[in-house]
Structures are given as C-alpha cells and as structure tokens.
Write a protein that binds this ligand. Sequence first.
Ligand code: GLU
Length: 304
Amino acid sequence: MDYQKLIEEVYDEIQKENPRGKVATYIPELANVDPDQFGIALVDLKGNVFGVGDYQTAFSIQSVSKVHTLAMVFHVFKSKLWSRVNVEPSGNPFNSIAQLEFEKGIPRNPFINAGALVITDALYSKFERPTDQISDFINELSGRSCVRINQEVKESEKNHAERNTALAYFLKAHKNFDNKVEDVLDVYFAQCAIEMSCEDLAKSFSFLANDGYSIFAKREIVSESHARRINALMLTCGFYDESGEFAFRVGLPGKSGVGGGIAAVMPHKFSVAVWCPELNDKGNSVKSIKALELLTDKLKFSLF
Ligand code: GLU
C-alpha cells in the first residue's frame, strides 16, 4: 500500500473541495490560529512516516490529550477506575452539566470533560509532578521531546473556566473528586494546551494500533486488553456527540479536539493524525473528518 500517494490524494481532493467551518472561539487564544492550515501524518507499524501539508506544524491538541491521560492511569487503577467513570457514549455536548447532575456525579465516559476531569484527578493523586509527567509520557510515546505547553492557551482557558470549574465542583459534591479543584484544573488546562505536530501525535498513538506496545518508546504502554478497551472507547465516545456519525462514516477509533486535530488508529496497520482548525457545530474539524472518511473509502477498509 502506497500510503504517501494515498494521503496526498486525500489532501488534494479536500483542498479542491475546500469545506469550511469555524475556528473555536470559546477559548479566545484558539481563535488566533491561521484557519487555512491543514496537515495529515500517517505512521505505519514499522515507524515509517508519511506526511502531507502542515503535518510538522505544532497545534493545540486539546481533548486529544484525554487519551494520553487515560492511558497513564488505566494500568494504575485497573477496573477500579470504572466505578468513577462510565463507558457509554454521551449524546450530549462535551461540557454538559445537566447530564452530570442527572447521572449523580458519575460521568458518562472519560472523554467528555467531566470524565476527563475525574481521570486527571485520579492522575493527580498518583503522580508527584503530574503536568511534567504527562509531557514526559507523551514525549516518550512520540520518541522525541516534542511537547510544548502553550502558556497563553492555558491562561486563556483558565480565564474562561466557568463550566469546567462548575463540573469539577459538581463532581466534588458527589464525592467523585479527591483533590483541590484549582490544582487539578491547572493540570487539566496544561494537558489541553499541549502543542505538537500531526507527525508526533500520530507517533504517540502508535501503541494503540499495536496492541499496546510502542515502537517509539520501545516498551509495552498498556496491555493488549487495555489497548482494545481504549480503542472501543474512542470508537464509541471519541467525537463528542458526533461519535456515531464518525463510526458510521469513517469506522476508526479516534479522538478529536477543539484545536481541530484528530488522532485515529487502524489496529495492526497504522496510526494517523489530521489537523485543520475549522470546526463543525459539534466541535469536530470539518476537513479532518472528511480526510479520514476519504482515507478509509480509498483504502476500502476500516475496522469493519
Ligand atoms: N480544553 C477544552 C475544554 O475543556 C477541551 C475541549 C475539547 O477539545 O474538547 O473545554
């Protein structure tokens, strides 16, 4: 399979069609990004990198980091984690407060904000220098020191933190949050403000395409069964309230972020990251989704 040719075809077709959306503005600093950037990187299981467009430009990975933090705590807490967070698609916006109230402080899944806050709270309890250790972990997965936390994005988000703060206090009221809200939010905003390129992001997801073993870190990151579970969660919950649509149209486990990035995996074949900042009204990148749809169409296979 000539992956380079494939992603170049995908890139060219999308640029010709040029579907547009809107850059996220609820984190003001994210609105300053050049909306015309678009890149695709695909990494096979031998570590070969195929890239097109702005695939080496660093961007704000935002919620894609929720997969990394989940992988960090999964083997620490094992099944105990699932008494604090459910594993059901949400069908509601990622920062919904109503759903958390209805479900008595147990978030629907680890990829909506409430669930990710529980995961970061768990991580905060176990790791001494959580923010540094998240960066170290992602650097290790990517095989090089690539992670940069954009302090402006972090501060911008901190200054508009009403909903996330409300979610965290709500979790605390339901005794599902152990640490100080401000301390955990500081780590959470740092992880969301991580910047890295499509190439490095695809590398950091490679272990999920490879039964939990990272060829870049040269070690098992999670067990094979945990890798399968993370992939199942990405397939059912990775795209806000558009997860069903993504599974239907693309058929790959993946996670999106409001920075416009998506990382996805084709188990036993490759990992891929796509980035373009303009989003649809569900918060997913218009071009990134379209690119992955075209990719699996052209490949004539997905998970299914
Ligand atoms: N930092 C964002 C928030 O918590 C992440 C949103 C996202 O990418 O889904 O609102």
